[in-house]
Design a protein around this ligand. Sequence first.
Ligand code: GAL
Length: 433
Amino acid sequence: MRFLPLILALSLAFPVASDTHEDINKTPDISGLPSKTNNEVEVLHWWTSGGEALAVNALKDMMKEKGHKWKDFAVAGRAGESAINTLRTRALSGNPPDVAQIKGPEIQEWGERGFLVNIDDVAEEQRWNELVPARVSDYLKVDGHYVAAPFNIHRVNWLWANPDVFAQAGAELPQSMDEFFIAAEKIKAAGFIPLALGSEAWQETTLFESIALAIMGTDDFRKAFSEHNSDLLTGEKMRETLLTLRRMKQYTDADSPGRNWSDTTSLVIEGKAAMQMMGDWAKGEFLAANKVSGKDFVCIPAPGTANQFSFNIDSFVFFKSSDPQQTASQKELAKLILEPDFQEEFNLSKGSIPVRVDINMTRFDPCAQDAMQAFLRAAATDNLVASLSHNMAIGRASQVALFDVISRYYNDDEVNIDETMRHIRAAVLADKL
Ligand code: GAL
C-alpha cells in the first residue's frame, strides 16, 4: 500500500496512456501543424516571480527588436512542474508551443522522441563548443547534436541570510550543520523565523539536497543519486540526512505549507526570517526589491557545502514546425540567448552566472562573483554536482516520485525512516522503468 503514492506519482510523470506510448517514440508528423506566418513565437516558461520576469523581459525585448512577436505562455508554480505538465498535454495533442523551458535529462527524453529542432548551425556559428563548459553542453545535445540553448548556471546549494536579523539575535552565520542549529536556536529565541521554507514538495527536496550534499559528500552523493548505489541510498548517511531534514522543521513557521518560493524569500527580505536555503534565483528577488548584496542580504554556501557546487542549467528547446520561417525565428531566439549582451542582462536579474565563459563579470554583485569562483574551484576539484531537485541528476519520472517521498516524510512525523529510504531508492530508479 505504501507504494501507492509512488505509482500515482509515476502516472503523473507519464500521463501518456499506454496505447499512445508507441506513437511518442516515433518522429511526430509535423506536416499538419498550423503554419504561422506572422513571426509569432509562443514561449512556454515558468519565470513569473519578480526577478525571473525581469530576466525574461530582456529576451522578450530583444526578440521584439528583431521583428518577432513573443507570445507569452507562462505557467507559474512548483519550479516548472506545472509548466511541464501543460507542455506534455499540448505536445501530445499535436499542438506544442514553439519554444519551451526544459532542462537536464528531460531534453534527451523529448529529443529522442523526435520533437526538437536541431540547432547545430547556431551552435557552430556562435562557437558554443568553445564558449560553454563541456559539463554544460553535454546536457544540450541528443546523439551529439545541439537541441537546447542554455541561459545560465544556477548554484542550488546557497543559504540567503538577513544580517540584521542575525545581529539582533546575536547569532553567527553558520558554516556547518552544527552551527546552523546553534544559530537557529538563538534566532528562534529572539522571536524571528530561523528558516524560511515554503512547504511545497520541490522546496523541501531542494533543502534535502543541500543537507544530503553536506552529510554525504560529493562522491557518495553522486554514487547514490546518479549511480543508484543501493547501500548509500538506504545507508547511515541517508538516515542522518533525513533526520536533519526533520529536525529543521521546528525552525520553520506555521504558515509554511504551500507558500511559494518567492513569497518565502520575501520573509528574509522583510526581516521576518533569518535564512532561506534556495538556489540563486532567490537573489533575483532581493535585487528586484532593491536590496544590496553584502549589506541588506548575504549569501553563503549551504552549511557544510562550501566546496561543492550543485548546478542547475536553464535552457530552451524548440519544437519542430512545418513552417521554415518559424524554424528561422526559433533559431534566431536560440542565437539571442547566447549573445554576450543578453547573457549579461539576463543573468544580472536572474541571480545566476552566465553560461558563456567569456562574459565580463565586473557588473555582477559579490554573490555572482563568488558563484563563478565556486564553479571554477568545484570544476577543478571534481566537486561539481548535477542538482537532484532541479532536474539535472534525474529525469522527470524519478523527480516526481522523489518529491512525493520527501514531502510525505517531511510533513508527517509518523512516516517511517527506513521505509522512506527504500522509497527514495525506488524513486531514483523510476526513470528506468
Ligand atoms: C528552477 C529554475 C530556475 C528558477 C526556479 C524557480 O527550476 O531552474 O530558473 O526559475 O526553478 O522558479
